[in-house]
Design a binder for this molecule. Structure first.
Ligand code: ZN
Length: 149
């Protein structure tokens, strides 16, 4: 029997009381892969002190945004990000890639490059937003991708 549990309190929660997190949204441009959803949501709730994570999912979105060969799909992703930013006043945007991605079967190093390019592109579209890149590894642990190197 499954029950809804409370995630363990983290140190950052102390500085951000529940009521301050209550109304905040952030945005994930993420893969549709079911294995990464909960780890990504939990990571971003803490990272952006936001209770709600708007999920914009495609198979391998970093490849879509880095290559931009399908302009209709790029527009669709941006239209959805726009709703999250405009209507929910999202406080931050993450582009997410992960191990064993069916939509982007490239190596980790190549995927990290795609994520970086996607972050750059998203920053051009949303200059006022904080945009970060995330990598989810083979243990479904989430890591923030450094700016460079
Ligand atoms: Zn994937």
């Amino acid at each position: 029997m499954l029950r809804w549990g409370r995630s363990p309190r983290r140190s950052s929660d102390e500085r951000w009381p529940q009521e301050r997190m209550e109304m905040r949204f952030c945005t994930a441009i993420s893969c549709m892969d079911g294995r990464i959803q909960l780890p990504v949501i939990r990571y971003l709730q803490t990272r952006f002190h936001a209770k709600y994570v708007d999920l914009i999912t495609e198979p391998g979105p970093s490849l879509i945004l880095a290559r931009q060969t399908d302009s209709g799909l790029v527009k669709s992703i941006l239209a959805r990000v726009h709703i999250s930013v405009s209507n929910h006043h999202s406080v931050g945007i993450a582009v997410v890639g992960h191990h064993d991605c069916a939509g982007n079967p490239a190596t980790k190093d190549e995927q990290v490059l795609h994520i970086r390019e996607s972050v750059k592109f998203a920053r051009q579209q949303y200059e006022k937003s904080e945009v970060i890149g995330l990598w989810v590894d083979e243990n479904w642990e989430v890591f923030e991708i450094a700016e460079s190197g």
